[in-house]
Write a protein that binds this ligand. Structure first.
Ligand SMILES: O=C(CO)COP(=O)(O)O
Length: 263
């Protein structure tokens, strides 16, 4: 099947690193970068930011005149009711979020989230019109074949019941490469992402999903991955707006290659 190539995607989560004020300063910097970047303006590169919960509404406001999308780091499995401390997809959509992160390695490891919870959160996001950023990845370093198998199991579980026509970003994030000095080796990322794409392509409902890489990603990585990925999901190494701007330049170069024209 021929795959229609989506925009090259560059997402950043600030996790719990920033203060409220720094979160808003970061959003303002992203707005400036987006306003000046032709590839962001044209849609060749899609940028999203995922700040800490209390900064979400104001981040949406700061970025409302740009194409940059805003997402949440988590989402409740239910849409309303007696769920103290949870934030529902309905409220996230109401304040202008358009994405929700699910299945992140830190949620699984530190907060005991299972494949079942990840599935319920994925479906909660879709039900509320949010694009899930579904994080999958092998727990331990090993062969690329073993990594693809482990990731496909996670995907199959999370995507059970996904309706036709859904939009979803698959973030391949090997657990061992998150918070590390360096990303996974480029050849490993390329092989696993090819395997994931082949799996997605075999199911009509999933064939349009983007596959992006996360785990100590930063400037310089995208050029090593070529067309094997649809973009990056960044953490620490894009928390400096200048580094994010560099990655967006690299994403624009990749988008030009994918479009068949010189970068
Ligand atoms: O977990 C990540 C994105 O979801 C990446 O975090 P780091 O790039 O800081 O390892």
């Amino acid at each position: 099947m021929t795959r229609t190539l989506p925009a090259v995607t560059v997402g950043v989560s600030t996790k719990m690193y920033f203060s409220y004020e720094r979160s808003l300063a970061y959003a303002r910097s992203v707005a400036e970068i987006a306003a000046e970047h032709p590839a962001v303006q044209s849609g060749a590169v899609e940028v999203f930011v995922i700040p800490t919960y209390p900064a979400l509404a104001e981040t949406v406001r700061i970025l409302e005149r740009t194409p940059v999308r805003v997402g949440a780091q988590d989402i409740a499995t239910a849409d309303s009711g007696a769920f103290t401390g949870e934030v529902s997809g309905a409220v996230l959509a109401e304040i202008g979020c358009t994405l929700a992160e699910v299945g992140h390695a830190e949620r699984r490891r530190l907060f005991g989230e299972t494949d079942l919870v990840t599935r319920d959160k994925t479906q909660a996001a879709l039900r509320n019109g949010l694009t899930p950023v579904l994080c999958i990845g092998e727990r331990m370093p090993g062969s690329t074949d073993a990594a693809v198998d482990e990731c496909v199991d996670q995907l199959t579980s999370a995507l059970a019941g996904t309706p036709e026509g859904s939009d979803l970003v698959v973030a391949y994030e090997p657990h061992w490469a998150i918070g590390a000095p360096d990303p996974a080796p480029a050849w490993h990322i390329v092989e696993v992402c090819r395997g994931l794409r082949a799996h997605l392509a075999s199911d009509q409902r999933l064939a349009s999903f983007r596959v992006i890489y996360g785990g100590s990603a930063g400037p310089g990585l995208l050029g090593q991955l070529g067309t094997a990925v649809d973009g990056l999901f960044l953490g620490r190494y894009a928390h400096d707006p200048a580094a994010l701007a560099t990655v967006i330049d690299e994403a624009a170069a990749l988008a030009a290659v994918r479009a068949g024209s010189p970068a």
